[in-house]
Design a protein around this ligand. Sequence first.
Ligand code: COA
Ligand code: AMP
Length: 654
Amino acid sequence: MRGGPVVEGSYRSTYEFSCREPERFWLDAAAAIDWDKPPRQALDDSAAPIYRWFPGAELNTSANALDRHVAAGQGDAVALVYDSAMLGTRRRYTYRELLQEVELFAGALQARGVGRGDRVIIYLPMVPEAVVAMLAAARLGAVHSVVFGGFAPRELAARIEDAQPSAIVTCSGGIEPARRVEYLPAVAAALALSGHRVADVIVKARSGFEHTVGSFGAGRDAGDTRWHDWDELAAEAGPAGPVSVAATDPLYILYTSGTTGAPKGVVRDNGSHAVALAWSMKNIYNVGPGDVMFTASDVGWVVGHSYIVYGPLLAGATTVLYEGKPVGTPDAGAFWRVVRDHRVNVLFTAPTALRAIRKADPEAALVRQYDTSSLRTLFAAGERLDPETCRWAAAALGVPVIDHWWQTETGWPIAANPVGLEQLPVKPGSPSVPVPGYRLMVVDGAGEPVPAGVEGNIVIKLPLPPGTLATLWGSDERFIQSYLKVFDGYYATGDSGYLDEDGYLFVMGRTDDVINVSGHRLSTGAMEQVVAAHPAVAECAVIGVADPVKGQRPSGYVVLKQGSEIDEAQLRAELVARVREQIGPVADFKDVRVVPALPKTRSGKILRKTMRQMADGAEYTVPSTIEDPSVLDELLPVLRGAARPAAGEPGPRP
Ligand code: COA
Ligand code: AMP
């Protein structure tokens, strides 16, 4: 079925305009950006199926996020509020102050030889320096790649290998509720693992950590890499002005999980990113100058890139950078405290965070302890917002709760309730309707549209709108094969779902081996690679099973090599440790079981989907191609023991 509005009103007319006249629609939207050379053309389709937006135009994203607001007299407006529940501190940066920090750090990078097109890896927790480093790289026309702190050195090394950065920007470490995470040994280990030589590592010192930049030979050659103290470099540097870049120059690479162990480097261009985010701030989030947006995510994820850093700053609003958790720092009232303290208008978080808060405070007693009257809307994304949590949050806060669906690849919402344009009725369980610019359809395996109410593959007709991925770093071919060749003429989202009679989308799950744990996208394939490398393991499967708070959590099943005499408990502990060391704690891989055999088709394909359905207590289908049905019978009690079914309704199924 073709997506598109059945509802009437300004959303409908805008959506139809975006499909009918995309060239005009996006050139109009481009007027929200300050260009050094304005675009005369929106779409460049000369290399289809790879499309670029705003060819020939030039701009600087950092100047659009900072300088233009200062030049317009908004220098004293608050750009960034850093609120650390971990340290009990907070700090406000006006636009002028943030610009000064960015100019100086850009100067420091420039002095180390970083320039247009060079890559800079940013490995930082939720500290203001993460925002400064991103905007400083963008100021020079360099390409940043932020790596989430919960990944292990091997994952960092894979990103270094792929992005080939000239510099890494990091700090002493991150603070988790139960421990301090030392970043510097992780960076050193990643550099040792990677074959690429990184010229400079720049370290922001944080107190309370064991390792300092001095341990790694600050200021002098330590191996092939020079380590520097951030503050010293910035003190020596002069301010750097914004470098005009092509709209089609990459702004950043953000790695995300695919079905294999090799992460995909999503490339986002400067011009199309700025235009799409500015459009979304106004029309989806309804946030502009004077408004405060609090996106409780991490700068290491796409949500953090778009709606902690770039979106709010492009819009001239105030963004809240929160270093803390939804629960336990100190309690489930943490978000409401931040809303009160900073007069937050729009809150954006992941459903898992809401479920964690609800579990700790089911009666929402903590909400009532804070004045949350500034709040207008709560947005949720990262995974499907289950109807029960949606209703709980709406009742607790007394504001509309808006689920919206998107991916690292798209960088901004594909389906949403466009509150800024027109607030449509909320249907719990649905992220509402296709966003203008996205020609969304649901098709069967052969690529044929399916009727309303029938589940199928969610695809987007090419070209994708501005702001979405331009390609995968270093591999147009992988981009084409992974996303554009699955259904000819469409981008395959990898999600399945259906459109109802009103044109509302229901996203039901992934069609591949990607899972979503606490709103974090992870590859079971990558975990399987680690598990399978253990000398006692003959074969294995890792599936995502339902979890009441985390949405899903990984569960591993291993078959031992014949004659293996390893103790099962020891094997389990070793496998858990290996995944933690090689992928990172964020994988949350804690559950692994030894089984006599895995169910397979006659051609040897492991029936992971059937296993997942059995574990979740859902109806399951056994393919006629199964090699030995008795394997499933033996496995059923083990799988049923693995699941902790999600709380609330399973969600609408046609
Ligand atoms: N650096 C280092 N380690 C990290 C990390 C980081 N930035 N983030 C998470 N981890 C670690 C945790 O310390 C934990 O390690 P442990 O096994 O030693 O305890 C592990 O990764 C899993 O952490 P987490 O996913 O946070 O699970 P949790 O059980 O500690 O907390 C929630 C559950 C729901 C409270 C938490 O996952 C949460 O806040 N989720 C929201 C996520 C979010 O905002 N996602 C945004 C995507 S849009
Ligand atoms: P990420 O790239 O980490 O943002 O993860 C994207 C994936 O998360 C999507 O492909 C979906 O599978 C899932 N997802 C994100 N938001 C939603 C949502 N609102 N509803 C359902 N699934 C979602």
